[in-house]
Structure formats: structure tokens, C-alpha cells
Write a protein of this length. Structure first.
Length: 251
């Protein structure tokens, strides 16, 4: 199979998944956008968490040109990405009981806030406990996961439950178990993961919905502008000053 044909096959698979998410998750996306808008309007703060490569979609929401300034990264040392050495440590930490509780106890997250938790499989202890403990604190939880994992894998949490079981709202990325879109006879393992593309697009659709919902209510959405356009830094400075008590990535 030619390289160009494989590239086209990946694009086709990603586009098909984006269309499924658009068509099948429309109501959930609208509800998630409204929930975020409610939190902003009510004076709450926004947080996003993801472990490993799921953290990429969380990071894409934070301090982002065109994004909501109030979205903060809830970082767990060692699991934010592949910068930790060895990289396999991050995967191991996702399975540690009690880590989520320790992180939340030392974080600024409080009742009335909203937390987006991203976990492709939703089966490890860290995202499951993060959702459970956050809701116990009075925090609204939006889970972004592939629901298929709950029926095709075994939970790694002592409760036997998954992230999807402890959320106020679930967004299903539709990613197949294993997260690889291409299989060919000459390659011994499936390859070309699409979860980052789909999850990031899904969440940006939610953020767009939240911004529009706020505007419809007569509230100016606290959006950031690119620092690489004229006036961008001045615009962002005004937003930081107005919402400084709800933004934690500048402290």
C-alpha cells in the first residue's frame, strides 16, 4: 500500500469519526456548553484534567487564543505527558489509588466549579477517582471518553466502574478500543491513532457552544486573543485583570 493511500485512509477515518461525533453527540455538546456557561455566569472556575496523551486535549483548552480564559489545567505531576522519565511512569501513576484525592485536596478546585476529565479508556483509578471525589466536593464533572471501553475492557478501579459512571455529563469520542485506525497485512500491529484529533475537536465544539450561550445571555464571554495579532496582549491584559481571581495559570 502506498504512503499516500495510507495518509488518505487516516484522513477518511478521522473525518468519519468527526461526522459521527457531530451527528450523534450534538445534544451532549449543547448541554456541556450550557453547563460551562452556567458555571462562568455563576462565578465558578473551570478546570481540565487528562493523563498521558489525554492531557493534550486538556492543555489545548488552557491559555488558548480563541478559548475561554477561565479554563485552568488541573495538573497531576508525572502524568501530564511524556516529559516524565521514564515515560512509562505516567501510565503506572494512572493506576495508583488515592492519587486523585491528594491532588484535589491541594488544588484550588471548590464547590461550584466545573472539571472536564478526559480519559480515552476511562478505566484507570486516577480518572475514576478524580470524578468521584470532585462530585463529592460539589464540582460539576464533564467526562470525555470512549464509552466502548466500558463494554470491551475491565475496569482497573476497585469499584469496577468507569469514568462515565461518575459524571454529570458524558461526551463519547467514539474511538475504538486500542485507538488505531489503520490495519494492513504488512504491518503486525494496528496504527494511526485518532483520539487526540477527535477529542480536541469535540472539546473545541463545546467551548464554541459555551461562548455562544454566554453571548445569548448578554454576557461577554471571557475569550483570549492571539498575542501575535495587533492589540492581542492589551485585550488579554484586560481579561486577566477582570477575571484574575478565577485564573490560576498566571500565578
Amino acid at each position: 500500500m502506498s504512503e499516500s493511500k495510507l495518509a488518505g485512509q487516516f484522513f477518511d477515518a478521522a473525518i468519519a469519526l468527526l461526522q459521527r461525533v457531530r451527528d450523534e453527540d450534538g445534544e451532549s455538546i449543547a448541554a456541556a456548553g450550557a453547563l460551562i456557561a452556567d458555571t462562568v455566569a455563576d462565578g465558578g472556575r473551570l478546570f481540565a484534567f487528562g493523563a498521558g496523551h489525554s492531557s493534550l486535549a486538556a492543555q489545548d483548552l488552557v491559555y488558548r487564543a480563541g478559548g475561554l480564559a477561565l479554563m485552568n489545567l488541573l495538573a497531576v505531576p508525572g502524568v501530564v505527558g511524556v516529559d516524565v522519565m521514564p515515560a512509562t511512569l505516567g501510565s503506572a501513576l494512572e493506576r495508583v489509588d488515592g492519587l486523585a484525592s491528594a491532588v484535589l485536596d491541594t488544588s484550588p478546585v471548590r464547590s461550584g466549579d466545573l472539571l472536564v476529565i478526559i480519559s480515552l479508556s476511562g478505566r484507570n483509578a486516577l480518572p475514576v477517582e478524580m470524578a468521584m471525589n470532585a462530585r463529592a466536593l460539589g464540582v460539576k464533572v464533564i467526562g470525555v471518553t470512549s464509552v466502548a471501553y466500558a463494554s470491551e475492557t475491565k475496569s482497573r478501579h476497585s469499584s469496577g466502574s468507569y469514568l462515565k459512571d461518575h459524571c454529570d455529563l458524558v461526551l463519547d469520542s467514539k474511538i475504538a478500543v486500542g485507538d488505531a485506525e489503520i490495519t494492513v497485512d504488512t504491518v503486525p500491529a494496528p496504527f494511526a491513532p485518532a483520539s487526540t484529533v477527535i477529542t480536541t475537536a469535540l472539546l473545541q465544539a463545546v467551548m464554541a457552544t459555551a461562548a455562544g450561550t454566554l453571548a445569548d445571555r448578554g454576557i461577554e464571554p471571557p475569550l483570549l486573543r492571539s498575542g501575535n495579532v495587533d492589540g492581542g496582549h492589551e485585550w488579554n491584559g484586560r481579561v486577566f485583570e477582570e477575571y484574575g481571581d478565577r485564573i490560576f495559570y498566571r500565578r
